[in-house]
Design a protein around this ligand. Sequence first.
Ligand code: ASP
Length: 415
Amino acid sequence: MEKKPHFLKALHWQIFFATILSIGLAILIRAMDLSPENQSAFRAPFSFIGDLFIRSLKLIVLPLVIVSIISGIQHMGSTSRLGKVGWKTLLYYLSTTFIAVTIGILIVNIIQPGVGLNLVVEGSVGVKPTPILDVFREIIPSNIFKTLAAGKMLATIFASFLFGIGLLSVGEKGKPVADLIDSLNAIVFKIVGWIMVTAPAGVFALFINTLLDPKLADLSIFFENLFLYMVAVIAGLGVHGFIALPLILFIFAKRNPFDYFSALGPALLTAFSTASSSATYPITRERTIDAGVSREAADFVLPLGATINMDGTALYEAVAAVFIANAIGIDLSFSSQLIIVFTATLAAIGAAGVPSAGLVTMIIVLEAVGLPPEGYVLVVAVDRVLDMCRTTVNVWGDAVGAAVVDASLKKDASL
Ligand code: ASP
């Protein structure tokens, strides 16, 4: 029998202990009542290490989004399938993700986690959100090289989509590029793995820097707010997973949500424990087909869904962005919230189906509304638990999508 690796080898445990350690150290330093100068001198090296970590995340986010979208589309098979079921599938992906984000935004506005914390996160002064029309306009890049150099994520997502569909359309001729994308995919994932190895150190440094912020008068208030933030994410996921998606399933696929949910049980549990839609995909496929969905619908909706249809991730990114804005004392206007809805939908498309991918692409949402990417540190400590929950909703959303597309294919066939 294969020996189970020691639990300390698991990254999420390392991050967890790094967080606990940083809280312990922060409490100790705070008890020493240092002068403000000494406290900031103490923070300086941590701020430096944290910066290195954030920079490496930002370094990888662009290649990650590009290869993950192109390879997701590439694995759909052929464009003839794309024409027949593609539009329905895309419509399903986009509308359900949009519904999920809207639920998240509503709930986070009711719970309002983070309000009154007034933290200072590096880079949080003088931020200005882009006007909403510009956000829409800039989705179509006028110069792809400038877009890439400036790290404009939404335009990059759009261009990658277009490229992926083009690649699929040329069939055999695209084979060398398709192989190249596959191998780039493997390389980028390897590098992400390396960066994530440094996450415990990065999280430790970033977290301690935040907890020693002189403006944070009381640590317990911070944790109360962090807890409220988790409540907001989990409540939103609950509403989407237990109410919105079952309703969609019932209305559009005429299926009993309870039966379908229990048929999908093993896939949902795997999603919860692995926090990876891609790793869960074989089980999702098997369970969906076993529940009576046609192979055609399952094989079209599920592989692409595992990398681009992420209702849970989109909802989570929106809630996290509002929490971060609240925590650093930025009051988001209605149009900024609209931008969040829109960018979270797209950023989730760009997230790969692997653990913590949503945490990386959240930077896209933060930057779109002018929030500092460093704000990410406020949520990273509790990310794993939320990742498990959002991945379960991601996979559930894919499975419901397969049933809906299947029902519509059967309806077309009977006409
Ligand atoms: N872990 C998620 C998934 O695989 C992506 C994310 O980090 O939100 O579906």
